[in-house]
Design a protein around this ligand. Structure first.
Ligand code: ZN
Ligand code: ZN
Length: 412
């Protein structure tokens, strides 16, 4: 890829994220979390944000090497304790409705060989410290967006046969393509795509299915849907009325399952990266919404730790439909990154449901959410279950069966 074209694409990508994705308005605060390897993109994002009128961009740099050193040398007790200034910043982000942009580019194997207990201790602290921000995020009290950037370590995982520079180049091309940066007017292309997804969500909302039935090799699963569930796609509106797109790319239409009405067995179809470890070949059996048996071909210890996080970690919090013919699926790549892989495939999530997945959910407390059928947890981990063999039916309250997916794609 020539350097001039790359700069042009990177700038278009930054503009798309700030203008359409986060929809930065004059006077907005912005928190940007980004890896030190992505300084060029960080500069373009900050520039675009100030040009859109942002009041201040707070940049929070991430560094895989420093994180690994903390995990190697800090005591378990210190790993579990967060410092006052860290908590204060997170509280500020939550209460001031600071818009959040997270750029993911981490090495999927960054924490390889660090004991699972250490990672769990650290993640519990992160998770606890982030409670206020996570709640504000999940309730759409602030606008948020996750995008990706290619790093050499990640790129070589995706393209193991290429050397670092060529692999990084290829991964950037894949990211740009998935985000429609190759189109003449990426923002206009995105607006059209967003409208198509919204039409799917409207169709599902009109039906208000009682349950979905999934069938594929290794999968026979019935997922109950709560009363007044809401299917969402692409865009969202924060509680101040600002429109935003939480994930770029996005191909999914999703809602929350009834956390106590999931029965049967499901097999994952793609690897996923959780806490720096790769998990693959999951086989989960559910009874009354709870995981009663769980095996992984790779990452059993990580899976066990995940399921032991809290009660909600053993229940589902998201059900998302993605056609097998999505551009990401058609690329044939496994990205080892949920942002992409979840958009290649139908997926489910262990852990917290998004409160907006039921009517008036954002005004409910935890107990009310559970009563409404929504799962509550400190974690939210997506795993992919879709494939070209997937069939999904919608089951209505009157006992009607409506085919939704056949051979991995929408029926109509
Ligand atoms: Zn999803
Ligand atoms: Zn999810």
């Amino acid at each position: 890829m020539n350097a001039i074209q790359f700069q042009k694409d990177l700038k278009a990508y930054a503009n798309l994220a700030i203008k359409l994705g986060l929809n930065i308005q004059p006077g907005d605060w912005l928190s940007l979390t980004i890896n030190i390897h992505q300084a060029a993109l960080a500069h373009l994002l900050v520039d675009a944000a100030y040009q859109a009128g942002a009041r201040k961009v707070i940049v929070q740099w991430q560094d895989d090497v420093l994180q690994r050193l903390d995990l190697t040398y800090q005591s378990d007790a210190d790993l579990q304790t967060s410092l006052a200034y860290q908590e204060e910043l997170l509280q500020f982000i939550a209460t001031e409705h600071v818009k959040r942009l997270v750029v993911v580019s981490t090495d999927p194997a960054a924490l390889k060989d660090i004991p699972a207990e250490k990672i769990a201790a650290y993640q519990q602290r992160e998770s606890k410290g982030l409670t206020a921000v996570r709640d504000a995020t999940q309730n759409n009290q602030l606008s948020w967006l996750i995008i990706a950037a290619a790093s050499p370590a990640w790129a070589q995982k995706v393209f193991p046969k290429l050397e670092a520079t060529a692999a990084t180049d290829q991964l950037w091309q894949a990211i740009f393509k998935a985000n429609r940066i190759d189109q003449d007017d990426p923002i206009a292309a995105w607006q059209q795509h967003r409208d198509e997804l919204s039409a799917r969500a409207d169709f599902l909302n009109r039906y208000q299915f009682d349950a979905l039935h999934y069938q594929a090799p290794g999968t026979d699963l019935t997922i109950g849907l709560p009363q007044n569930h809401v299917w969402e796609a692409a865009g969202a509106t924060n509680t101040q009325g600002d429109y935003f797109i939480p994930n770029m790319p996005t191909e999914e239409v999703f809602t929350a399952p009834d956390w106590l009405r999931v029965d049967g067995t499901v097999r994952s179809t793609k690897p996923l990266s959780y806490g720096g470890n790769v998990l693959s070949g999951l086989q989960l059996t559910f009874k009354n919404g709870e995981v009663i048996a769980a095996t992984a071909e790779q990452g059993q210890a990580t899976l066990d730790h995940l399921l032991a996080t809290d009660e909600g970690a053993r229940h589902l919090g998201e059900v998302a439909l993605v056609p097998d013919q999505s551009p990401i699926s058609q690329s044939g790549l496994i990205f080892y990154n949920t942002l992409f892989d979840e958009n290649a495939s139908d997926h489910l999530a262990l852990g917290a449901a998004y409160p907006f997945s039921v009517k008036n959910g954002t005004t409910m407390n935890k107990l009310q959410l559970q009563k409404a059928g929504l799962n509550v947890s400190q974690v939210h981990v997506d795993f992919m279950v879709g494939s070209a063999a997937m069939a999904i039916d919608g089951l209505t309250k009157d006992g009607e069966t409506i085919p939704l997916f056949r051979k991995g794609n929408w029926v109509k």
